[in-house]
Design a protein around this ligand. Structure first.
Ligand code: PSU
Ligand code: MN
Length: 305
């Protein structure tokens, strides 16, 4: 699966993969488009440290000057976090950025493609993209959902972002055969909040059980990813009722401003940050850390398995 000429695998990551040690992939659209400087860089550094503290090697994935990086040096991470005009890369344009020598943050979809190629089984993010509210007219459905259906990587998230239509997102995932596993709860979490109104399709309570489930799928010859929905810690959550008002206002502003395509998610996230006076960003950072911790434990369970 590994192809050294297209991937720039950081030596620390390459050694860990060679030795069968636990590795956790991390995305970079959250750095380039999801959070403002310098919090994005602080978050990325803290998440990497946390993965190390849990006994796994972090591999932040991004495209820098046409090279697909699996694991960044500190200087590369800082430059990416500071840069403006970087692309937001998904399945459609990952290869474009490589062919054209561009730089960009990789979304969940593009990070999964690179992780799979590198031989990394587990990936931590904040929230996946999904079916947007109003998708029945806008057709705005994230490529993350199709990627989950086809690429065998375990994705640890805090549930679909609450700016999405959770019910429709769950329907699409079910149709495409993607297992959605809530961690330690029967209820689907909703990113900034621990609870959505929806029951989780599946529930597991330990990293070992998640590793066993994915191994059993592989034994059956079932390809594709799995979505783990890990609720944000109680002390960091913002209640769904409180978020609903901010989300509706941000969506209104997006509509009025004619925001479309790949700009929708970054616009909504930054507008919600303003409306909540920064509280949504603190919660976003807390939930990414929480997901990185669980991803490291799953990677360890797989490596031990
Ligand atoms: N989660 C966050 N912040 C983000 C994203 C997720 O907390 O910025 C990014 C992810 O990279 C995800 C992308 O893949 O948003 C989805 O974008 P879209 O809806 O355009 O597919
Ligand atoms: Mn979209």
């Amino acid at each position: 699966m590994r192809s050294k000429n297209i991937l720039d695998i950081h030596p620390e990551v390459a050694e860990a993969l060679e030795a069968g040690l636990p590795v956790v992939a991390l995305e970079s659209t959250i750095i380039t488009h999801g959070m403002p400087w310098p919090r994005n860089n602080e978050m990325a550094a803290q998440v990497e440290d946390l993965v190390r503290a849990e006994g796994a090697v972090p591999a932040t994935i991004a495209v820098i000057d046409g090279r697909l990086k699996v694991g960044l040096s500190e200087a590369e991470r800082v430059a990416l976090a500071k840069a403006s005009g970087t692309m937001k890369l998904s399945r459609a344009d990952l290869a474009f950025a490589l062919a054209e020598g561009r730089s960009g943050g990789t979304t969940v979809a593009a990070t999964m493609i690179a992780a799979r190629r590198a031989g990394i089984a587990v990936f931590a993010t904040g929230g996946i993209g999904g079916v947007h509210k109003g998708a029945e007219t806008s057709f705005d459905i994230s490529a993350d959902l199709d990627e989950l259906a086809r690429t065998t990587v375990i994705v640890v998230s805090a549930g679909p972002k609450a700016i999405l239509d959770t019910e429709k997102t769950l329907e699409v995932l079910e149709t495409r055969g993607v297992p959605v596993v809530a961690y330690g709860t029967d209820v689907m979490p909703a990113f900034w909040s621990r609870q959505s109104p929806h029951k989780a399709p599946l529930r597991l309570d330990t990293p070992e059980a998640i590793a066993r489930f994915q191994a059993t799928r592989a034994t059956l010859g079932i390809e594709g990813g799995m979505l783990i929905a890990n609720p944000v810690p109680a002390e960091d959550e913002i209640s769904a009722e409180e978020m609903a008002g901010y989300i509706a206002k941000a969506q209104d502003d997006a509509r009025t401003g004619g925001v479309s395509g790949k700009d929708v998610t970054p616009f909504l996230l930054s507008r919600i940050l303003e409306l909540t006076d920064g509280a949504s960003l603190a919660t976003n950072i807390a939930l990414v850390k929480n997901n990185a911790r669980l991803a490291a434990r799953i990677a360890r369970a797989i490596a031990a398995g």
